[in-house]
Ligand binder design. Structure first.
Ligand SMILES: NC(=O)c1ccc[n+]([C@@H]2O[C@H](COP(=O)([O-])OP(=O)(O)OC[C@H]3O[C@@H](n4cnc5c(N)ncnc54)[C@H](O)[C@@H]3O)[C@@H](O)[C@H]2O)c1
Length: 373
């Protein structure tokens, strides 16, 4: 199979979907790997390293898309990439379609096979390709929150760990999955008082066992949330319903319960956000203020720590990429239910039930999707 690796073009997105070691693994199995010039440079991976691994370096994205059977990316295609997609081409990347009707329409019109990293799930409910980026974003969310808590940046002027005789900041985390757990660990390690709200009682029990004593776990409901909003200096949004839009837990009205200068880091922005006033921002212009509350809603947070994130992501994606490259998307989906769960669009149909429901589109099981584009 011909595997294409374009350079990411989202604002300040420096990750790359395949590293030279991955290219070499694919080439050694008989595949052709096409890498756009400079694709790895933001992660410290020069073209020469890819060439040495056996990849072909192409001058631009158009050349990569034109020849590739499978395009492997990090972020969803942007409008200027839509026309490059070919019918029947496999697109393996984060897609986050539920809050993105225009992107979904473009993928349906281009009749591609879209396998989304974020909806792939193991039998025990893990999301193996979301996990590594959620680990990065969870840890990073606390750094970002602590930074914007500084007075000159619009925050309350509270130092996250406090000092002797002065209490630390209170960090409230909504959702105790991978983002929430990692955020809680870092915030607790920095000395904050941490409240972690989760709906799954089994998960809550586990978190209570493994997290330090300065993390209080709470069942997530309207009452516990409102109480926490009054106390928060930093609020981290980390809830997820796979494939669906994030539940809107904090309404615009509820911002009034919060102290001016509180910082919201809504990591779940890529699924629409769990705060009503969330709108996606970029690394170039990451924050805005609503009713005195600072909002940080960057949809590709790990892009900022590209080198760590690229290695973490590709460690997780490569085995699946190899399977799809070796077997084709259909056989890979038949043999591996995790790949099947990643199928969001196939040849003009929506093949993930939660994506279809979120967008009000018809759901077609992938086995019943048109066999050809
Ligand atoms: N912005 C970014 O750059 C970035 C990076 C990585 C991940 N993310 C996003 O962060 C979000 C969280 O990812 P994750 O890997 O931690 O997901 P996860 O599935 O591991 O965790 C989500 C948790 O939210 C809980 N939850 C659901 N509804 C809830 C509610 N009403 N109250 C409290 N908890 C609730 C679930 O039970 C689950 O434990 C996702 O939307 C993911 O795409 C964003």
């Amino acid at each position: 199979m011909i595997v294409g690796v374009p350079k990411e073009i989202k604002d300040h997105e420096s990750r790359v979907a395949v590293i030279p070691a991955g290219a070499q693994a694919l080439v050694s199995r008989g595949h052709t790997v096409l890498v756009e010039r400079g694709a790895g440079s933001g992660s410290g991976l020069p073209d020469e390293a890819y060439a040495k691994a056996g990849a072909e370096i192409l001058p631009d994205a158009a050349a990569v898309y034109a020849r590739a059977d499978l395009v492997c990316k990090v972020k969803e295609p942007l409008p200027r990439e839509y026309p490059l997609l070919k019918p029947g081409q496999v697109l393996f990347t984060y897609l986050h379609l539920a809050p993105a009707p225009d992107l979904t329409r473009a993928l349906l019109d281009r009749r591609v096979v879209g396998i989304a990293y974020e909806t792939m799930e193991t039998a025990d409910g893990r999301k193996p390709l979301l996990e590594p980026m959620s680990e990065v974003a969870g840890k990073m969310a606390v750094h970002v929150g602590a930074y914007y808590l500084a007075k000159p940046l619009g925050g309350r002027g509270v130092l996250i760990g406090g000092v002797p005789g002065v209490p630390p900041a209170t960090v409230v985390i909504l959702g105790g999955g991978t983002v929430g757990y990692n955020a809680a660990r870092v915030a607790a390690g920095m000395g904050a008082w941490v409240y972690l709200l989760e709906v799954n009682p089994v998960r809550l029990r586990h978190l209570a066992e493994i997290l330090p004593a300065n993390v209080t776990t709470l069942m997530s409901n309207r009452m516990s949330l409102e109480e926490c909003l009054r106390r928060a200096d930093i609020l981290i949004g980390a809830v997820l319903t796979p494939g669906a839009k994030a539940p809107r837990l904090v309404t615009r009205d509820m911002l009034r319960l919060m102290k001016p200068g509180t910082v919201i880091v809504d990591v779940s922005v890529d699924q629409g956000g769990c705060v009503e006033t969330t709108r996606p921002t970029t690394h170039s212009d990451p924050v805005y203020e609503v009713n005195g509350i600072v909002h940080y809603c960057v949809a590709n947070m790990p892009g900022a720590y590209a080198r760590t994130a690229t290695f973490a992501l590709t460690n997780a994606t490569l085995p699946y990429l190899q399977q799809v490259a070796a077997d084709g998307w259909r056989r890979a989906a038949q043999e591996n239910p995790e790949v099947a769960l990643g199928l969001n669009v196939v040849h003009g149909t929506v093949t993930h039930p939660a994506v279809a429901e979120a967008l009000g589109l018809e759901y077609t099981p992938w086995e019943k999707a048109p066999a050809t584009p």
